[in-house]
Design a binder for this molecule. Sequence first.
Ligand code: FES
Length: 577
Amino acid sequence: MTTHALRSRNWFGPRTLDGLMHRAYLRAEGFSDLVFDGRPVIGIANSWSELTHCNAHLRQVAEAVKRGVWSAGGFPLEFPTISLGEILMKPTTMLFRNLMAMDVEECIRAYPLDAVVLLSGCDKTTPAMLMGAASADLPAIMVTGGPMLRGKWRTEELGSGTDARRLWAERRAGRITDEELCEVEACLSRSSGHCMVMGTASTMASMAEALGMTLPGNAAIPAPDSRRLALAELSGRRAVELAQGGGPRPSEILTAKAFDNAISSDMAIGGSTNAIIHLVALAGRAGVPLPLARFDELSRSTPLLVDCKPSGKYLMEDFFYAGGLPVVLKELLPLLHGDALAVNGRTLGDNVRDARCWNQDVIRPLGMPLAQEGGTVILSGNLCPDGAVLKQSAASPHLLVHRGRAVAFESHEDLARRIDDPGLAIDETSVLVLKHAGPKGAPGMPEWGAAPIPTRLLKQGVKDMVRISDARMSGTSYGTVILHVAPEAAVGGPLALVRDGDEIELDVPKRSLTLRVADAEIARRRAAWTPPVPHFTGGYGRIYLDHVLQANEGCDFDVLRGRRPVRAEESARPTHL
Ligand code: FES
């Protein structure tokens, strides 16, 4: 049995019944036999969906990719993947990130592809596609959909979820009306694209670029900007070269150096806390050990350079006009591994050396940072033995060292029911604790971490409180919110044992989170703890519960970690005899 350098030849090359079937049935789409002349087949994995508004323009992006593939002598074939829309999907897209990664990996493996272009946009679609591609290890290049244009209400600029949440809090406090909120609804999302703050989608697009999996400059180009389509076209052309050259493959790009570069970039842009979970999961696929401690090491040595919401004041459009991620990477070069390989075949250093900053208020020079440390820190202590995460750049400085009494909620439903109860003993010094919102507990670890401030306190002008949970937080959220507490409450982590009135101490400079309750009392509570009833007994939910890992391990499935590279000889087996 002959194998070929191009996998697709195993489908379309043989003069056998199998080859005849493959060619004949694909010709039902109207292709001439020229497409079977030995040119590389480039898959375009498209997470387009009208249910995922952030990705709803990706059909147009795919057309631009196809232009590039055809013009470089390849044969493009677009295929759909499942799509994870942050706004509409319940209970949470995070429940399905690994399912999407499996979809991408297995489609790459099963179809006659020589390289793949990954089209993503909304939060989880980017890490899911990268995870699938990393496991399959076929040459791959990513094109993200790009951020929306800035929102604008009257004279005020609006940033996706960040200002939606802020104005909703204003409405709860009675400072704006329903009619005004209705106007805001029409102004918030005024173009195609994903959230245009430095939320999870923008952060993960930046991570893909910093890792080297996109062409330089991809992350920040606004979705409706014609330059995004031009970049998509160039990415299609590059995919043909990747197929012809057999790489570089994801395994040659997603190295320990690349992850260091991505983490440092995440710290410098004030990226979403979700990036930590996704980078850990992706590193697990790539076979790169990535403990949470590495994030904290790099956070301490990487300054915050980008002034974007929700940490700062600008939006992704401003970030793009200032020069985008290449400028950040250029500033950070002394702290990065400049020799890391990118998908265009050049090193990261070569890719960004000529980048120019056009607005130093948006992207600060390394010597004039917004803060000496990075945006996100890792906490440890007896309340989070396996770690917790806080976005210090989006927290209130006066709460970074804080002691307060716990007000504990057993679940999201409990919180929703009691948070505005006039009888709830809570003030601005209290520490709001939400349990059973983690990977297994919620399930799916929804973005419930930025729990609402009680209306009574909002009306008194309280804008932030220390909040702790095993949940995640939207990348567009802000506040002194401690997330990803591991182990989670549902598996018996110490969070499950917190009771009203317990004293909790947060000390961000010391990176500590402490439940100030005697060990003997904690042991007594643990002995009385019983696990909650599982949410699922069958279906995908059961698979999820049986295999999902904790937050500090990236919430991947245990059985999906690592690489399972596609092998040409596998695809040489006939389908039809
Ligand atoms: Fe898709 Fe925010 S809703 S990125």
